[in-house]
Ligand binder design. Structure first.
Ligand code: UDP
Ligand code: MG
Length: 326
């Protein structure tokens, strides 16, 4: 059983350490500037901070930019993953390395406005919240397909789990005990938003407007998004599996009705020339079986991956404030 250490609640002072965890992938053009913008806000508000910057296997100059950032600054720890593991894994790496009494998770592209950090810290420090969720007031510039898919995806999650993630984002402040609880969760494939909603705790929402990306492009292609959506739904709920049982039940009822009708026709000597019916039935049953097998396959792959129990990420380099030890 996982028990949560309550002692951290008493340690909330204005000197408490804030770890800012940022996953970074191919952001060479603006990363230095973005970190400076965030850092200025932290300094102006007298927040004690450290940065945990995770380079998620970028192939551009991001790592060198991060190195030069950390050389000048002892507050910055940089971690390099051995390849691109994806944002969720990079976040995990950052959470493992963070030492703060509270941990802030945000994107590198300033789409999560750093101006609200002081009010998030305040909600933790003075109002006693354990999780401060940044929720999207508006979703910023997105194309229609992206917006439509996001809507549909959140609708599916909402319908199957009753958890509303529609406005949720990965911009969050977590208390130390929440991070510890999260670290105990053993699964390999993760969906950060879902899992941090699952752990519960006292939470407060703070709204923000999604800013435009400062530079560069969004890393989410349509295929990556579809993969994320399938991963998220199957990590978060087993409703699709129950849906198969439900489908089977409906098919059974239809089979009963049709069976009785066919027998009746046969016995009364009026057996129809039911070629179309046979074709239709074959098609419907065939596609239902294929889809069902597919859904089972997705869950099977997930179990397979979990059983292999490979690490979520591999670290190839870690530098803290100029020297080589982390
Ligand atoms: N990111 C990452 N690994 C990836 C893709 C993205 O660490 O494989 C980081 C990226 O550098 C950024 C954050 O995740 O800090 C959000 O990515 P992006 O801005 O591309 O997503 P969007 O804002 O469009 O959802
Ligand atoms: Mg972005």
């Amino acid at each position: 059983m996982i028990t949560v250490d309550k002692s951290s609640t008493e340690k909330r002072t204005s000197d408490s350490l804030l770890s800012v965890v940022i996953p970074i992938y191919q952001e060479e053009s603006h990363i230095k500037n973005s970190i400076k913008v965030i850092e200025k806000i932290l300094i102006d508000n007298k927040i004690v901070y450290e940065f945990i910057l995770v380079d998620d296997g970028s192939k551009d100059n991001t790592w060198n930019e991060l190195k030069s950032l950390s050389k000048e600054n002892e507050h910055i720890t940089i971690i390099r993953l051995s390849r691109n593991f994806g944002k969720e894994s990079a976040l995990c790496a950052g959470l493992e390395y963070a030492k703060g009494d509270m941990v802030l998770v945000m994107d590198a592209d300033l789409q999560h406005p750093p101006e609200i950090i002081p009010s998030m810290v305040n909600a933790w420090l003075n109002e006693g919240y354990d999780v401060v969720d940044g929720v999207k007031h508006s979703r910023g510039k997105e194309n229609i397909i992206y917006r439509g898919c996001a809507k549909f995806f959140y609708y599916l999650i909402y319908k199957s789990t009753d958890v509303h993630l529609g406005r949720a984002s990965d911009y969050k402040l977590l208390d130390r005990k929440v991070v510890e609880a999260w670290k105990e969760l053993p699964e390999r494939t993760i969906f950060f938003r879902g899992m941090s909603a699952w752990v519960g705790f006292e939470r407060k929402e703070i709204e923000f407007d999604v800013a435009d990306r400062i530079d560069g492009k969004s890393k989410w292609s349509i295929t990556r998004l579809i993969r994320l959506a399938i991963n998220a739904i199957t990590s978060y709920t087993s409703v699709p599996l129950h849906f198969i049982t439900f489908l089977g039940f409906i098919m059974f009822i239809i089979a009963l009705i049709l069976g009785v009708q066919t027998l009746f026709m046969k016995l009364s000597g009026k057996a129809s020339d039911g070629f179309t019916t046979v074709i239709l039935l074959l098609l419907i049953i065939g596609s239902a079986i294929m889809t069902s097998l597919g859904i089972i396959g997705i869950y099977l792959t997930k179990i397979y991956k979990e059983v292999k129990a490979r690490p979520r990420y591999l670290v190839s380099d870690c530098i803290k404030g100029g020297d080589d030890k982390c």
